[in-house]
Design a protein around this ligand. Structure first.
Ligand SMILES: O=c1ccn([C@H]2C[C@H](O)[C@@H](COP(=O)(O)O)O2)c(=O)[nH]1
Ligand SMILES: [Zn+2]
Length: 150
């Protein structure tokens, strides 16, 4: 079938789709066998200023730290070690600060990420999944974000 080359394409990604897709692409770098989370921070000119995914801190090798989640010894579970996607995206920013920016995330941010998002000055959180909505860490995060007007 012939294409009309005088007209622009109509089925291109809108900004929200584009930034959420970027967050999901970043998540594919995660080594976490259970949950891969990505985050993409965007300024008010729709320019990406930070990307991150959940992973071990720099210098803490992925093969040396645990990815388990239910070991009876908490030191053998991932939770004390892994940096969350939102934290990494904020720390990876390529500008002075992220005040007034939006953050796109695959999963609604936990309470710890909620604190960092609020303190960084990010103004809006756009998320895809809220699968932990019933858990205290999500409820606490929402309480803080509502109070802070996010
Ligand atoms: O706000 C969040 C919450 C969680 N993550 C990361 C941290 C872990 O690597 C996984 C959660 O593991 P589960 O096996 O689902 O308990 O997700 C994050 O990056 N941001
Ligand atoms: Zn978190």
């Amino acid at each position: 079938m012939a294409k009309n080359l005088n007209k622009k394409r109509e089925n291109y990604l809108n900004w929200d789709e584009y930034f959420m897709a970027t967050a999901f692409l970043a998540a594919k770098r995660s080594k976490d066998p259970c949950s891969q989370v990505g985050a993409c921070i965007v300024n008010n000119e729709n320019v990406i200023v930070g990307i991150g995914y959940n992973g071990m801190p720099k210098g803490c090798h992925d093969d040396d730290f645990p990815w388990e989640k239910e070991n009876e010894n908490p030191l053998d579970n991932k939770y004390y070690y892994v940096c969350h996607a939102e934290l990494n995206a904020i720390l990876n920013k390529n500008c002075a600060d992220v005040k007034g920016c939006r953050i796109y995330v695959g999963l609604f941010p936990c309470n710890e990420c909620g604190k960092v998002i609020i303190q960084s000055g990010i103004k809006e959180v756009i998320y895809m999944s809220d699968k932990h909505s019933h858990k205290p860490h999500t409820i606490a995060s929402k309480l803080m974000m509502d109070s802070a007007g996010k």
